[in-house]
Design a protein around this ligand. Structure first.
Ligand code: ADP
Ligand code: ZN
Length: 724
């Protein structure tokens, strides 16, 4: 008779908040973390043995574990991280687990590849195709069949024919490992100036193997990457695993090659362009400690590292670390949590750190290491503010005469210029001059953006596309539609008129089918093929274009227009990053910002390079109104297919808020994006003092209000970054 003691808790990757209880066969035991198959209603699912105590339901209601996958387990720290993340973000634990687990295919052994060797006599009849195959197999080397076919340039039937004749025999070959072992000292660079102590410090931090949060704050081109490679090297020496998080866009060939030239091999990569099968293999290899270094986008944080030694978060200020759907979490913050759970160091690197991280340094929670000058004391770019009120471009144009002159000077010297505008497409609004009709998304409260290159109008919020119109749908006038405002395509059009004989490259995320193509374009720019690059945000991040010496910002005020609490910080970071592309090698970089508000503290800070004054100003502003880091925020977004339902639940929420000292609730009000994907949206903003348990409060609050019904949804965003 099975006893109640042979029960276990299993967390399933489905939208549930707690582990379920299952029964194990007698005499079999499992450890927390092990992966098992269990029934769930009519289905069978993969789950993870969880640390919670099983419950004491009657024996009849408990189902049996169906299968135990030996050798597969989620490590301790990852389970704790999952609990922690779910608790902090108010997400279902099962949904957080889903980010850490793979489908069942990943639990199968890697398939073997079919290969051949020559171990028989030559065939009776020799053909040139056969000869090519046999030449390659000379010396007894084993080849995969497909590799042999492609290299010899023959059809598979030639190879199979030789097998049939007894000249070759088949065998099974193992797959190539997902990543080779890196070598800590494959090729070290001599560190320089402040890099020396900083590198030494980070190396020691890894070797101490204690929790240690370090902000590596260094201007663009100061060698932050070079320096954190010292930490990577030390971890490799200690045979520890390393996770380097980067914004997906920065995961370029140039970065991987740089890693390979330092450590001898490329790291394992983890991002959206890696196939599911490859990801399954990396996941497994990471779990078995067969992969030492993973460089990955946000989601790599939930990989099952067996023996992590350090986490590095490059460009720690980057908004891409915040996941805005399903589980709403900030990978930088959760990286610090994971480092804490593991008692290992975490290194946050940036040229423009987030205000939160700077404040954590001031509070003594993080240490700060600074690199104040560029490598070899290369000068930082010289930034000019161009007052668009005093000296605007010609009507209908976007580039001022001064900007054009500066680009000319740059390309005449054989160097590269970058024109930056953080807006995709041709124009952000299309309007009918006759009747005033504006093209709006049918499903969102947003204008449609014209993409002339694709001949479409697109909604940048939901992805709706429609063909570009020939006539106004309201007044039916043709020749009456005008494009309002510029996007990168329009800047490209203007640039192609001015510099018709020059090589111009446009980089915008909507123009690429995947990372591979983008990487090719970036490689081409790095090798100097383009004279002028025109791009959005994606060119700003971390790239190193040796010949780029001029960066012109078409509309420096663009990011300030949103008016959300982080607008100034974000603008400072984006423009600091993008102008930081200039003169990284030559030291003769120039930045040129077209602005209608040259007196704005952001513009002033960029022009003078006085980062500390900017941070101080921004912190003072936030202090006045109790914004983070002086207080805490959470956003509650209520949405439903109709407005009355939204209003009803949003008001119910506002009424049910528990009373608590120092807490303020603003709203409900219509969200700036009042309709998204045909759902109406309202927002409440919750503000509390520093140190307040926001997650706990939210739990009590939502319990009192009760779950939304029907089509109504409530989304809770702790520490919001976006305010749309
Ligand atoms: P950051 O990450 O701070 O922007 P990088 O580490 O990318 O800076 O360094 C900027 C450039 O300077 C890179 O091309 C890098 O190869 C070079 N560099 C920096 N430090 C060194 C060093 N100690 N030895 C050789 N090259 C260096
Ligand atoms: Zn839309």
């Amino acid at each position: 008779m099975s006893s109640i003691t042979n029960r276990i808790s299993v967390l399933l990757p489905v939208p549930v908040d707690c582990a379920y209880t299952y029964r194990l066969p007698d005499n079999i035991s499992v450890l927390p973390g092990q992966i098992v198959r269990v029934p769930l209603g009519p289905r069978e699912v993969i789950g993870v043995v969880w640390d919670d105590p099983p419950d004491t339901l009657s024996e009849k209601r408990i189902k049996d574990v169906l299968e135990i996958f030996e050798g597969f387990a989620l490590p301790d720290d990852l389970r704790k991280l999952i609990d922690w993340t779910a608790n902090y973000t108010l997400s279902n634990k099962g949904m957080v687990l889903r980010m850490a687990l793979r489908k069942e295919e990943a639990l199968l052994e890697d398939p073997k590849i079919r290969g051949v060797v020559k171990d028989g006599p030559d065939p009776e009849r020799m053909t040139s195709a056969r000869k090519r195959v046999l030449d390659l197999l000379e010396g007894g080397l084993a080849w995969s069949r497909s590799g042999l076919r492609d290299t010899a340039g023959v059809s598979m039937s030639v190879i199979d024919g030789l097998v049939g004749q007894g000249s070759l025999s088949t065998l099974e070959l193992p797959l190539q490992p997902v990543a080779e072992t890196p070598l800590a000292d494959f090729k070290t660079n001599q560190l320089f100036g402040a890099q020396i102590e900083t590198g030494e410090d980070l190396k020691n931090a890894v070797s101490r193997a204690k929790y240690d949060a370090v902000l590596l704050d260094g201007v663009t081109g100061s060698g932050k990457t070079e320096v954190y490679f010292e930490a990577v090297a030390e971890a490799i020496r200690k045979q520890k695993q390393v996770l380097v998080l980067v914004p997906e866009i920065s995961l370029t060939n140039a970065f991987l090659d740089r890693f390979a030239s330092r450590f001898g091999v490329r790291p394992a990569e983890w991002h959206s362009d890696i196939s599911q099968r490859k990801r399954d293999r990396i996941w497994k290899a990471v779990m078995r400690n067969e992969v030492q270094v993973v460089v990955g986008a946000r989601s790599a944080l939930f990989l099952p590292f067996a023996d992590l030694g350090v986490i590095i978060v490059d460009e720690e200020h980057d908004g891409a670390y915040k996941q805005e759907e399903r589980v709403i979490y900030h990978a930088r913050d959760m990286a610090v949590v994971r480092a804490h759970l593991n008692a290992i160091p975490v290194i946050l690197a940036s040229a423009t750190p987030s205000v939160e991280s700077r404040s954590n340094v001031e509070q003594g929670r993080y240490r700060c290491l600074r690199l104040e000058s560029r490598y070899k004391d290369v000068a930082l770019p010289d930034i000019t503010l161009h007052d668009m009120r005093a000296d605007p471009p010609e009507k209908g144009k976007w580039l001022s005469a001064k900007m054009v002159i500066m680009v000319n000077e740059t390309i005449d010297r054989g160097e590269q210029a970058l024109l930056f505008l953080n807006r995709r497409g041709y124009a952000p609004l299309t309007l009918c001059r006759t009747c005033g009709h504006r093209f709006q998304c049918p499903d969102c409260s947003a204008w449609l953006v014209e993409h002339r290159f694709r001949k479409q109008l697109s909604c940048h919020h939901c992805g709706h596309n429609e063909p570009s119109p020939r006539a106004c749908p309201t007044c039916e006038n043709t020749d009456s539609l005008v494009a309002c405002g510029p996007g990168v395509e329009r800047i490209a059009e203007e640039a192609k008129e001015i510099w018709s004989d020059r090589h111009i490259v446009v980089l915008s995320s909507d123009m690429f089918n995947g990372i591979a193509q983008l990487r090719r374009e970036l490689d081409a720019i790095t090798s100097g093929e383009a004279d002028i690059v025109i791009g959005t945000q994606m060119v700003a991040k971390g790239h190193n274009f040796p010949q780029m010496t001029f960066v012109g910002v078409v509309d420096a005020d663009l990011g300030l227009a949103h008016g959300d609490p982080r607008a100034a910080e974000r603008t400072f970071q984006t423009l600091g990053q993008v102008t930081g592309r200039a003169g990284r090698v030559t030291g003769t970089g120039k930045g040129f910002l077209q602005t209608f508000a040259p007196e704005h503290p952001v513009m002033q800070a960029l022009a003078t390079g006085d980062r500390d004054t900017f941070y101080e100003h921004d912190l003072n502003q936030r202090k006045l109104v109790g914004l983070p880091p002086f207080g805490r925020l959470a956003a509650l977004i209520v949405s439903a297919s109709n407005k009355p339902d939204v209003l009803e639940y949003a008001r119910l929420l506002a009424r049910s808020a528990p009373i608590s000292d120092g807490v303020r609730i603003l709203g409900p009000v219509d969200a700036p994006l009042a309709i998204l994907r045909a759902r109406h949206r309202m927002r409440l903003l919750f503000q509390a003092p520093r140190g307040f348990d926001v997650s706990g409060y939210m739990r009590a609050w939502t319990l009192r209000a009760g779950a939304p019904k029907g089509s109504t949804r409530l989304q809770i965003d702790i520490d919001p970054v976006s305010f749309l």
